[in-house]
Design a protein around this ligand. Sequence first.
Ligand SMILES: Nc1ncnc2c1ncn2[C@@H]1O[C@H](COP(=O)(O)OP(=O)(O)OP(=O)(O)O)[C@@H](O)[C@H]1O
Ligand SMILES: O=P(O)(O)OC[C@H]1O[C@H](OP(=O)(O)OP(=O)(O)O)[C@H](O)[C@@H]1O
Length: 225
Amino acid sequence: MIRLGVPSKGRLMEQTFDWFAARGVTLSRSGSDREYAGQVQGAEGVSLVLLSAGEIPRELAAGRIELGVTGTDLVREKLAGWRSDVAEIAPMGFGHADLILAVPECWRDCEDLDDFASIARDFRAAHGFRLRIATKYHRLVRAWLAHHEVADYQLVDSQGATEGTVANQTAEAVADITSSGETLRANNLKILGAEPILQSQATLFAHRAALGDVRPFLAQLGVAS
Ligand SMILES: Nc1ncnc2c1ncn2[C@@H]1O[C@H](COP(=O)(O)OP(=O)(O)OP(=O)(O)O)[C@@H](O)[C@H]1O
Ligand SMILES: O=P(O)(O)OC[C@H]1O[C@H](OP(=O)(O)OP(=O)(O)O)[C@H](O)[C@@H]1O
């Protein structure tokens, strides 16, 4: 049996269902919206597992599901050396979002990463603690800042409503996902850097050791492995 892990709620779930339906495979939730069991029609030997998008990377890496749909951001963040356990099969064309670093709009002297690095350097002397960046993307943000030689900061864990941390004075900057930019604008934050830390979209992944087993199903879907 091929276990297919799909986000259990929201637009990501609906758009995933649409993506499979367009390829002749009907995914559906059995019972109520609160029941996390599902059904697959139009494919033999495939079962549906509804999971939190954030848990799908770990389940894929462990081989508890053979196929899974989630954002590329979550796979890269949650799995060190993700390529050894997980294979990227097909970008799905939705769930586009950029992981970015943002600071208050009113920081007029901070327009790029060089400005940010020097503000961070001076911050500790002025305030007695390192400049705080709120994020749930610890691995990706650390790697990106190290690559850009920004060292004088601390990460503050934020699992939701991250853009609010600046107004709440629990962080000076945020690193979070944006798509329309509305949340950043509403919280008076501006993006730093010409390029995002990462460009993400919903993607079909496979447990690498199961690639042989899933190949016929992928061929039915019209995607190459
Ligand atoms: N505003 C957005 N627009 C497009 N994609 C987004 C947006 N916010 C998050 N995403 C993407 O959706 C995926 C799921 O994000 P997130 O972990 O926040 O979802 P969630 O539904 O809160 O998950 P969980 O069930 O784990 O709480 C991620 O890959 C992320 O990049
Ligand atoms: O650029 P925008 O279109 O405004 O989208 C960005 C927002 O969407 C996500 O939050 P989500 O709604 O998933 O809630 P969360 O804060 O609980 O993560 C993300 O964390 C941003 O807050």
